[in-house]
Ligand binder design. Structure first.
Ligand code: ADP
Length: 521
């Protein structure tokens, strides 16, 4: 038989290789995509934190710068006599301003308000907050925005300052000292809205909380940013409140994706395994069928040629001797019997395959059925030199069974024990009752069967692999028929065998009371 292309080992190996490779590549790509997507989620979360921090810092700075512009414009230095009024107006315009100082830019000397005991503390604190040279006065332009931010041991100092020129060209440095609490209140106005969804804080460089408690820097989504030009000693910190939840979600998503990747790999590889095993089984079956056809044709050809040969001799009238004639008739009879048994077996096999058998259950006395079958066969067995012992337990119950099927199964076991007995021609047939079954066993002391083969002999078309078996006629369907018959009755076939020591096959038929007996009991 020509092996179809799909079963070609190389083709199958290449196809499996291609599937494994593409599965591996696909799985790798999916994993890569999953990790990429997670990174994207993380990046966009981090980016949104950065944006939030930047926007907030920008808005606060812009607010200060806008305020400064108003203050700078209001600070008219032309007429010192109007400075008290200017200061009052400034303090009204921006409530964050604590003090307004007019200074000489070269010496830092106080021009306004005039020094007095009442302002001594304020002025000293102001002067202690910075050194004049830190202001880089020689380099700053007229009317430009500048800020001074300092951390003092017990408070923070923040001031805006501007260099002004009067109409005579004299420079005056105007400093607007801001109130710390009011600055914090201003920050609160901008940061309060984020607090439901973010941990927000403003800290100094030593991580002391200026506005709320410092935020933990360990979170993956933590972001911090300095105020570039106003509160430049402070840092804004942000961290999403649900960051652990976000991280957990990302982790869960990764686990789920990995689970599905691995699951689909397992499914693909197991399907491949199943396809491979099924293909191999089919190839084996094709091989077995091929062997079966050659066995059956051989089985039919041998008796047919014997029948033809001896009948030709008889028809030609070449045999005069009555004894020889009788012997030839015997051969023709035996061989035609052998042929018809084989054909019967083949037909039974076909009908069992179609499930057509086993529907004719009737009240059956198995002991009687065995005796009848043996009656027909005993003479032939004994002629071949076999010693046949039959043990039938007394009072075996009748049971519901298909008598023809059981007879056929029994006959196959008996025929096998004759075929595979070798030199030790001893056969024992037992019909016993055990645990609700009728056990019909046939024991021989012949070739025996290896443990490995005991699994396979019930497969259809399977024939023993050793050389001695190959010499013996057979088609490989007898035991599969017997097994099928057992199954149709809800029973089983057991084998106990040892190579070289013989075999016992037991057909187990469950005892089922026929309806009329059941109702009668
Ligand atoms: P066949 O006898 O036509 O080969 P069977 O299905 O009846 O087919 O048996 C399958 C195989 O089981 C046989 O080829 C043989 O190897 C083994 N076998 C069956 N019965 C016996 C036995 N009584 N002793 C040894 N081997 C046996």
């Amino acid at each position: 038989m020509k092996v179809p292309l799909v079963y070609n080992t190389t083709t199958v190996a290449v196809a499996i290789g291609v599937i494994i490779l593409s599965t591996a590549v696909l799985s790798y790509l999916s994993y890569h995509y999953t990790v990429g997507r997670e990174n994207l989620v993380e990046t966009s979360l981090v980016q949104s934190n950065i944006n939030l921090a930047k926007q907030t810092v920008d808005r606060i700075e812009q607010k200060i710068v806008d305020n400064d512009r108003i203050l700078y414009e209001m600070a008219d230095v032309n007429e010192p006599s109007k400075w008290p009024a200017v200061v009052d107006a400034i303090k009204k315009a921006d409530s964050n301003v604590d003090q307004v100082w007019f200074l000489r830019p070269d010496t830092g000397a106080l021009l306004y308000p005039p020094y007095s005991a009442s302002i001594a503390n304020l002025w000293n604190a102001f002067r202690a907050s910075f050194k004049v040279k830190e202001l880089n006065l020689e380099r700053i332009g007229i009317d430009q925005t500048h800020h001074l931010h300092r951390e003092r041991p017990e408070h923070y100092f923040f001031a805006s300052y501007v260099m002004k020129e009067d109409h005579r060209g004299a420079k005056v440095l105007v400093c607007f000292q801001m109130n710390n609490e009011k600055i914090i209140a201003l920050l609160d106005k901008y940061l309060r809205d984020f607090q439901p969804s973010y941990y927000v804080s403003i800290v100094d460089y030593e991580n002391n909380g200026v506005y709320l408690q410092p935020v933990s820097r360990s979170g993956k989504y933590y972001y911090e940013m300095r105020f570039p030009s106003t509160f430049y000693k402070w840092i804004l910190q942000v961290l999403p409140r649900n960051y652990t939840e976000i991280e957990q979600n990302v982790r869960n998503q990764r686990r789920t994706d990995l689970f599905f990747i691995i699951l689909s790999m397992i499914l693909i590889f197991s399907s491949l395994g199943i396809i491979y095993v099924a293909g191999r089984r089919e190839r084996q079956l094709a091989q077995l069928q091929e062997d079966f056809i050659s066995h059956v044709s051989h089985e039919l050809k041998t008796p047919l040629s014997l029948i033809r040969m001896f009948s030709e001799v008889l028809v030609a009238g070449k045999v005069k001797n009555d004894e020889t004639k009788q012997e030839y008739f015997g051969i023709i009879h035996r061989e035609s019997d052998r042929m018809s048994r084989l054909i019967e077996n083949l037909l039974d096999f076909a009908s069992l395959e179609r499930d057509a058998r086993g529907k004719h259950f009737e009240k059956t006395d198995i002991a009687q059925l065995v005796s009848q079958a043996l009656e027909a066969y005993r003479h032939e067995i004994q002629q071949q030199g076999f010693q046949l012992t039959v043990v039938v337990a007394p009072d075996l119950p009748v049971t519901l069974a298909d008598p023809n099927a059981v007879a056929m199964a029994f006959f196959n076991l008996l025929d096998n024990s004759v075929k595979y007995s070798g030199e030790k021609k001893e056969i024992v047939v037992r019909v016993l009752q055990s645990n609700g079954y009728i056990d019909l066993s046939v024991t021989d002391k012949g070739l025996g069967i290896s443990l490995a083969e005991q699994q396979k002999i019930f497969d259809k078309f399977y024939r023993g692999s050793n050389a001695a078996v190959k010499m013996i006629r057979g088609s490989g369907i007898g035991l599969s028929i017997t097994k099928r018959v057992a199954e149709l009755h809800g029973g089983d076939v057991l084998v106990k065998s040892e190579p070289g020591a013989g075999s016992t096959f037991t057909l187990r038929i469950p005892i089922r009371k026929p309806p009329d007996l059941a109702s009668g009991s």
